[in-house]
Write a protein that binds this ligand. Structure first.
Ligand code: ADP
Ligand code: MG
Length: 668
C-alpha cells in the first residue's frame, strides 16, 4: 500500500468516520431508507437463482435485531467473510422476501469474536486492500498507535505560540485524533492540522520560487509622472470600476518598488483586464521603459494591438505589432524600433521571445492567457537582456481563490471581481436533445437578422477520433440539410494552424454565419456580432469550460444567448443549472470545485491514486491556506534557504517527507 516506514503508517489515515449515533439499529430499519449498520455475521451462504446468478447473503445482527444483506453476483465473498465478523455496511433497504440491505460498501471492523473497537462513538475505516484488510489495519493501530505517535512528537515544527495563533493542535495530538477521535469534529480538527502542514510545505517551496523570481535579481523602480496615465483617464469614455481601481493600486505599488512584480490578474471575460494592463504599461513608459503585451495567437495579438492602439492614439503613442507572419521588411523595422527604444509599446506573439529580439529597456511584460504559455516561456521573456522587467499575467479563467493560491503560490494575486456597468448578461437556456429542431430555428432567425452563431461539439480525449468523426458528420448534416442557405465553417484541433487561422478570420469578417467547432474556440477572441452559442452534449463539459464558451458571445450591443443541449435525464442537467442561474465566473468556478472535487481540477498533476493534496480540502480550507502562505513567505524572508538551526525540523520535512510529493506537484 506504499507504506514502508513507521511514519508512512502513521499517516495512513482513516478514509471515513461513522458516528455510532448515526448508525442505525438494525431492528428499526425501514424499506426505502439509506442505512449504515454495524452487526455481527450470524450466518451466511451463496444462493443460486434460477437465472444462474449467484448471490452471497449474510445475516447481520446487533442488539436490536437482524437483517439479510445480499451481494448479487459476488459469490466469492463467501470465502472472504466469516461467521462472527463484525461488519459496517451502508446501502439502501429494499423489500425482497422481507427487509433486505443492499450494500454499496462494506468493511470488516473486527474478526475472531472480537468487538469492533471504537473511541467515543466513532468507528474509523482505513483505506484497506486484499493483503491488508480493514480488521488487520485496525488491529495494527490498536496495538501501535501510542508508539507511532512518538514519531509525530519528533516531527513537530510549529511552536506552541504558532499553534495557539493558528488554533491548530500539536501534530501528535492531531494524528491521535485522526486515528482515534472521540467525535467526528475532533477528527476534522486533526485533519486541519495535517492539511495545514501539507499546504505550508507546498507554499514554502513556492515562496522560495517567488523569491528567486522577484528578489534575487533587482527589478525596476518605475517612476510615475502621470504624463500618460492622466490623459488616458481623461480620454476613456468610461470610469474605471472599483475593482479595476483596486487592482491598479496593487499593480502600481508593485511596480513602484525595486522588488520585481510577478502578479496574476484574474478576471472574467469582459471585466476590463486589457484596460488595466494598458495603464500598467503606461506607467512603465512614463518611467522611461518599454512595455510588451504577449498573446497566445496571432489573431489575439492583432485584436489586442487594435484595441490598445485605439486607446493610446489620442495620447500620441504608437503600438508596434510583432508576430511571426510579418514580412521581412516590416519585421526589420519593428525590431529596429524595439532596439532603439523608439517603440514604447509592443504587442505580439511568441515572436517576441525569439532570437534576435532586443529591447532598449523592457520594463513590463504583460502575458495574456497564461495557461497557453509554459512557465519556461514566461521566464524566457522575463529574462530578456539584463533588465528584469515586471511581469503581469492575465487570465480570463476564473478559479476559486483557494485553488489560485495553491496552483500559483509563487505569484501575487489580483482579482477583477466586478463587471463594468451596463452589460446585458448572456441569457443561458438548457434544452433537451428533443428540442434541437427549435434551437436550430432560433439560430436561423438570428442569422436572418444578420448575426452569427457558434455550434460547439465536445471532444473528449479518450475517444477523440470518434468525437471528431461525429462532429464532422454533424457539420455536413448542418450544412446540407439544416442550414442549406447559410454559410457554415468548421473548426477543429486537427486543422493546420493557418487553416484554423483562415476559418477564424472568415468568421471574424462575417463571411461565415455559423461556426461549427470542436475545440475550444480561440480563448478571448472577440466577435461582437456573434450572439448565439449552442453547445451540444453540454453534460460532457466542465462548468468552467462552458462558462468560457459562453464568454464568446455577449460582446456586442445585442442580447446574446447560450443554449446548452443536454440529456434531461442526466445528473448533469442539475449541474448545468448553475450556469443558467449565474453569469459570475467565480461563482461558476466555486460550484465546479464543489461538484467535481479538487482532484479533477489538478488534472495532469494528479498521479494515479496519490493526489496532490491528500488532506487539504480547497472548498473548506481557504483560511488555513492563507495562513500557510503568510507563514511560508515570512519564513523565506527571514531565512531564504531554510538553514538556520532553529528551522532544522522544517528543513528536514522539506527535503524528506514532503520532497517527493512536492516534486510531483512540479514545484520541487
Ligand atoms: P477583458 O480583457 O477582461 O475581457 P476588456 O479589457 O477587453 O476585458 O474590456 C471589455 C470591454 O469593456 C472593452 O470594450 C472595454 O473598453 C470595456 N471596459 C473596460 N473597462 C470598462 C469600464 N470600467 N466601464 C465601461 N466599459 C469598460
Ligand atoms: Mg518593480
Amino acid at each position: 500500500m506504499g507504506i514502508s516506514t513507521a511514519r508512512d503508517l502513521l499517516y495512513h489515515l482513516p478514509r471515513r468516520y461513522d458516528d455510532a449515533s448515526t448508525v442505525h439499529p438494525i431492528g428499526r430499519l425501514d424499506v426505502g431508507m439509506d442505512a449504515t449498520v454495524i452487526g455481527r455475521v450470524r450466518s451466511k451462504g451463496v444462493i443460486p437463482t434460477r437465472k444462474g446468478l449467484r448471490i452471497f447473503q449474510a445475516v447481520l445482527q446487533d442488539e436490536s435485531g437482524m437483517i439479510t444483506v445480499a451481494w448479487p453476483g459476488q459469490p466469492w465473498l463467501d470465502r472472504k467473510l466469516r461467521e462472527g465478523d463484525v461488519l459496517l455496511v451502508t446501502g439502501p433497504v429494499r423489500f425482497f422476501h422481507g427487509r433486505q440491505l443492499q450494500p454499496r460498501e462494506h468493511t470488516v471492523l473486527a474478526r475472531g469474536g472480537e468487538e469492533a473497537k471504537r473511541t467515543g462513538t466513532i468507528f474509523v475505516t482505513y483505506p484497506a486492500s486484499e493483503e491488508a484488510p480493514q480488521w488487520v489495519l485496525r488491529g495494527i493501530f490498536e496495538r501501535n498507535l501510542t508508539a507511532l505517535l512518538e514519531w509525530a512528537d519528533d516531527d513537530e515544527f510549529l511552536d506552541p505560540g504558532d499553534l495557539r495563533d493558528l488554533g491548530l493542535p500539536r501534530l501528535s495530538d492531531a494524528l491521535r485524533r485522526l486515528h482515534r477521535p472521540d467525535t467526528v469534529a475532533e477528527a476534522d480538527m486533526g485533519r486541519r492540522r495535517v492539511a495545514f502542514d501539507e499546504l505550508f510545505f507546498l507554499q514554502l517551496v513556492q515562496a522560495q520560487a517567488r523569491r528567486r523570481q522577484t528578489e534575487l535579481v533587482p527589478g525596476i523602480t518605475h517612476r510615475r509622472t502621470n504624463e500618460l496615465i492622466r490623459p488616458l483617464h481623461e480620454s476613456l469614455p468610461f470610469k474605471l470600476t472599483e475593482a479595476q481601481a483596486r487592482v491598479l493600486r496593487e499593480i502600481y505599488a508593485d511596480m513602484g518598488v525595486e522588488r520585481r512584480m510577478n502578479r496574476l490578474l484574474q478576471g472574467d471575460v469582459g471585466s476590463g483586464k486589457t484596460v488595466v494592463a494598458l495603464f500598467a504599461m503606461l506607467l512603465a513608459v512614463e518611467g522611461g521603459s518599454q512595455a510588451a503585451l504577449m498573446a497566445p495567437t496571432e489573431i489575439l495579438a492583432e485584436q489586442h494591438a487594435r484595441k490598445v492602439r485605439a486607446m493610446v492614439e489620442p495620447l500620441g503613442l504608437d503600438v508596434v505589432l510583432l508576430t511571426g507572419s510579418l514580412g521581412a521588411a516590416e519585421r526589420r523595422a519593428a525590431l529596429g524600433a524595439l532596439t532603439s527604444g523608439g517603440a514604447k509599446l509592443v504587442v505580439g506573439t511568441h515572436a517576441l521571445i525569439q532570437e534576435g529580439v532586443e529591447f532598449h529597456r523592457l520594463g513590463l511584460v504583460v502575458v495574456d492567457e497564461q495557461h497557453r504559455f509554459g512557465v519556461r516561456q514566461r521566464m524566457a521573456l522575463a529574462d530578456h537582456g539584463d533588465v528584469r522587467p515586471d511581469i503581469l499575467i492575465m487570465s480570463a479563467t476564473p478559479i476559486p481563490r483557494s485553488l489560485a493560491l495553491t496552483l500559483y503560490g509563487d505569484l501575487d494575486l489580483s482579482v477583477l471581481d466586478e463587471l463594468p456597468p451596463g452589460r446585458t448578461p448572456v441569457r443561458t437556456a438548457l434544452r433537451p436533445p428533443s428540442r434541437r429542431e427549435s434551437v436550430y430555428r432560433f439560430v436561423d432567425e438570428e442569422v436572418e437578422k444578420g448575426r452569427q452563431a457558434y455550434i460547439v461539439y465536445p471532444l473528449v480525449a479518450e475517444s477523440e477520433k470518434i468525437d471528431l468523426l461525429a462532429a464532422t458528420e454533424e457539420y455536413e448534416r448542418l450544412r446540407t440539410e439544416v442550414f442549406p442557405g447559410r454559410r457554415l465553417g468548421l473548426l477543429h484541433g486537427q486543422l493546420a494552424t493557418d487553416e484554423k487561422d483562415r476559418v477564424m478570420r472568415a468568421f471574424l469578417a462575417g463571411e461565415i454565419d455559423i461556426l461549427v467547432a470542436t475545440t475550444v474556440i480561440e480563448v478571448g477572441i472577440d466577435v461582437s456580432n456573434a450572439t448565439v452559442m449552442v453547445v451540444e452534449h453540454a453534460e460532457r463539459f466542465g462548468l468552467s469550460q462552458l462558462h468560457q464558451l459562453r464568454g464568446r458571445v455577449g460582446r456586442g450591443a445585442e442580447e446574446s444567448h447560450c443554449i446548452l443541449i443536454a440529456d434531461a435525464g442526466a445528473d448533469a442537467y442539475e449541474r448545468l443549472k448553475v450556469l443558467r442561474d449565474t453569469t459570475d465566473g467565480f461563482a461558476v468556478a466555486r460550484a465546479d470545485l464543489a461538484i467535481r472535487g479538487q482532484g479533477d481540477l489538478f488534472g495532469a498533476q494528479q498521479h494515479g491514486r496519490d493526489p496532490v493534496l491528500r488532506f487539504a480540502d480547497l472548498t473548506r480550507d481557504e483560511d488555513i491556506l492563507s495562513w500557510a502562505q503568510g507563514m511560508a513567505r515570512h519564513l523565506v524572508e527571514s531565512d531564504p534557504e531554510i538553514e538556520h538551526p532553529e528551522h532544522a525540523r522544517i528543513r528536514a520535512h522539506l527535503y524528506g517527507r514532503w520532497a517527493q510529493r512536492l516534486e510531483m506537484f512540479g514545484v520541487g
